[in-house]
Write a protein of this length. Structure first.
Ligand code: NAP
Length: 465
């Protein structure tokens, strides 16, 4: 039996999205016979990761999650250090010197690759990049080329629905959200009339969820268009619709939309297509040779198991922009191994593994960089719990930092001239954004709760001011 340690366990968590905050919160609440001292790092001055930079602004339910995360951080027992880029400002060696354990919760933020000809044409966009733009991510350009009248969105997950909804909704209906000014201006000028969403499998195999699907019908002056030939169900689909309530609900909603006349003469249409797989993004001719002018899809048919096979029949859709929303993918974390196929840090239940598959003492992962970009935000909690369980099991062997004082890492950041920010800094930025919302409300008829600050340097200045 090991005796209780004489100083708190120093833990660094890299990434202050839901995975990082849940991991910190669960450890502080876990039954243990030692103290903990946690630093939660993020490369941006704002916390919340994909909650701030990955969820569509018109999703009111995120407010509840933000409130819960805020409450955790506002308790004051977890130290937030924003504006610190792991791998650039601090290395793994630095962290090893200052912390006994490190949890990586860096998420998955880039678009999965789609390998079809034409994917690099002008007008072919990653869905995750577009999400970053409309969510005011500081690292994407302020301007987004919204010049297409007809747009394709590839994928049948919730991101595809978010992207399609944001592209088709009228900008004025988004003013009540926290969209930045540049996003409002960009969407306001968009000439879009038709947004086509393509699923490669059938209506019973969609990955999106019922609430998100129903939300599509709430956009004003946007008609939903469905096609009878896409409503094919094989044995596996019928079985799924009979046994899985979620699938049953979605097939029901889609089928109702198909049979009810959805044509209200709206100025914009959102088309939902199924059983079509992208084959090629087509280029224009002459002056438009480098630009998207269409999308070639192959019609698919169900093979009895819920999977699809090609029919050899192709359909070309005239579109001037293509958004690929076929899933997120992780990125390598400097100093650690990386599973390129899954886009995750190789790990066993959250214990980071070396090249030979052996756990590296003191290194852990949680969230999407641990398990891949699947599941709703709530699932991240269970995942964090598993990682914390491993850490608690390993704890007798952890205490290893040579320089564990809380001030030591601050001294290091300052000696390197890193403009780190704090929780108090985030509260200032938060207040500033709410103030911008109130000011905008004063001059118009729409109540704006918040207007996001986008440039990173402004975020840092306001936080440190
Ligand atoms: P996702 O749920 O994995 O959906 C990816 C979609 O892309 C699937 O329909 C998939 O089809 C399709 N796809 C993959 N490769 C393709 C290819 N080569 N050609 C054509 N289609 C392809 O991913 P996601 O939409 O990025 O969402 C990630 C996670 O975040 C999900 O758990 C999602 O629920 C969650 N999320 C939730 C919300 C929310 O509002 N609640 C919002 C955003 C994201 P197959 O099924 O045939 O593979």
């Amino acid at each position: 039996m090991t005796s209780a340690p004489t100083r708190p366990l120093r833990l660094a968590i890299i990434g202050a999205g839901p995975a990082g905050v849940y991991t910190a919160d669960l450890l502080t609440k876990a039954e243990r016979d030692f103290e903990v001292s946690i630093d939660l790092f993020d490369r941006y001055p704002a916390p919340y990761g994909l909650i701030r930079y990955g969820v569509a602004p018109d999703h009111p339910r995120i407010k509840g999650i933000v409130k819960a995360l805020h409450k955790v951080m506002d308790r004051g027992d977890i130290r937030f250090l924003g504006g610190v880029d792991f791998g650039t400002d601090l290395t793994l060696e630095d962290l090893r010197e200052h912390y006994d354990a490190i949890v990586f919760s860096t998420g998955a933020v880039r678009d999965a690759d789609l390998s079809v000809p034409g994917v690099d044409l002008e007008g072919s966009f990653g869905g995750a990049d577009f999400v970053s733009w409309y969510d005011g991510h500081p690292d994407v350009p302020r301007q987004w080329p919204l010049t297409a009248r007809e747009v394709a969105v590839i994928g049948n997950g919730n991101v595809a629905l978010d992207v399609a909804r944001m592209l088709s909704k009228h900008a004025d209906d988004l003013l009540v959200t926290e969209i930045p000014e540049n996003v409002y201006e960009g969407l306001k000028a968009s000439p879009v009339t038709d947004v086509h969403v393509f699923g490669r499998r059938g209506p019973a195999q969609v990955k999106f969820t019922p609430l998100e699907l129903r939300e599509l019908a709430h956009s004003k002056d946007v008609d939903i268009v469905l096609y009878p030939e896409d409503f094919e169900f094989d044995e596996a689909s019928e079985q799924l619709a009979a046994t899985n309530n979620q699938v049953k609900t979605m097939v029901g909603t889609l089928t109702n939309w198909l049979v009810e006349d959805q044509d209200s003469g709206a100025s914009r249409r959102l088309h939902l297509h199924f059983l079509q797989q992208p084959v090629e993004i087509l280029a224009g001719e002459g002056d438009e040779a480098g630009q998207v002018a269409g999308l070639r899809m192959e019609r698919m048919e169900l093979d009895g198991t819920g999977n699809v096979k090609g029919t050899g029949e192709y359909v070309d859709y005239p579109v001037q922009a293509v958004y690929r929303a076929i899933g997120y993918h992780g990125s390598p974390v400097p100093g650690l191994g990386y599973d390129e196929l899954k886009g995750v840090i190789p790990n066993d239940a959250g214990r980071v593994l070396d090249a030979s598959g052996t756990p590296i003492p003191g290194l852990y992962a949680s969230g999407w960089i641990k398990r891949g970009p699947v599941g709703l935000i709530g699932h991240t909690k269970g995942d964090a719990l598993e990682t914390i369980g491993c850490m608690l099991e390993d704890q007798p062997d952890l205490w290893s930092a040579a320089n564990p004082e809380e001030q030591a890492v601050i001294d290091l950041l300052e000696s390197r001239g890193i403009e780190y920010t704090t929780w108090e800094g985030w509260l200032k930025l938060d207040e500033h954004e709410l103030g911008l919302g109130a000011a905008a409300t004063g001059s118009g008829t729409v109540q704006r709760e918040r207007v996001k600050v986008v440039p990173r340097e402004d975020m840092t200045r306001i936080s440190r001011g």
